[in-house]
Design a protein around this ligand. Sequence first.
Ligand SMILES: [Zn+2]
Length: 322
Amino acid sequence: MNTIHKYQPSGRFGLLGLVIAPLTALAAGVGLAYVYQFLIELIPFIYINILLTVLFGVCIGVAAGFALRIGQCRNSMIAIFVAITGGVAGVGAGHQFAYMHKMVEYDDAAAAAAKVDPEDVWEPLTLERYLQWRVDSGWSIGKSNSTSTDLSGVTVYVIWAIEALVVCGAAAAMARMMCLRPYCEDCEAWLQQKTLGVIPSVNPGPLEQAVKAGDLVGAMTPTQVAGSPQRLTYTLAHCPQCEKTMFLSGKFEWDEIKGKKKERKSKVLVEHVAVKPEQVDALMQTIANPTQPVAPPAQVRAPLPGPGQLKPVKVPLPGKKL
Ligand SMILES: [Zn+2]
């Protein structure tokens, strides 16, 4: 029988969330767009620009996620919709800010030209003319003029579309993740996260087999083995009001040495599985009094003799008997 049951969001939502979350997402999108556009125009490095685009989306998503959580939203479709609204508003506002910025520059240049020659009157920079100018000028990628690639024309629209997708995608992923965290339907409260404990030198095999077999008790009975580099951290999402609704997560972590670098690796054992308070108490006992590490299985083959054992023993030559 499968005793491992993962947390399933109910998909419910509060009406308050439907009002404050879109407004927050819009405000975050438009508000951050100014900073985003300023940095994009300031920094000429494409990789930093890509990072900024992702970060812009993540920030909109976090703002939307917070508002959705205040509004008790456990619905992923609503979270995605709200985040995309903020993302679209943010990208749109970014273009608007860039246009306004260029307009100031253009008007100054037009005024300067009119001073020199009063006959030289410039046509106002409409949004349409601005967009055409952006599409025609595009961007130039590369270190020098000889090796650079010019991106203009239709490519500009493609890049703008990718930018919008990245911002909306990052925002949606973030907001959705925040809304799908465990929630107590009885108390109408978000659960709080705490670390139960860390078991060093854990033997992962039996635990992973237990999870595969759907055996919750097995997944909560860690054993240790000498020399294992893996440690297991159990965390608990618990309802701060009733202290009955609880979901357990377990994650293995270990360091792998690659050349001179030490890399931290991790693997999820279980995530947000329903547990009872008494099961958590039993697990706490196990963590407090861990089993003594079991030695790894003995080698079947006898070890080869080391160089020291192969040295001939010095025996004095038989001398003449007196
Ligand atoms: Zn509760």
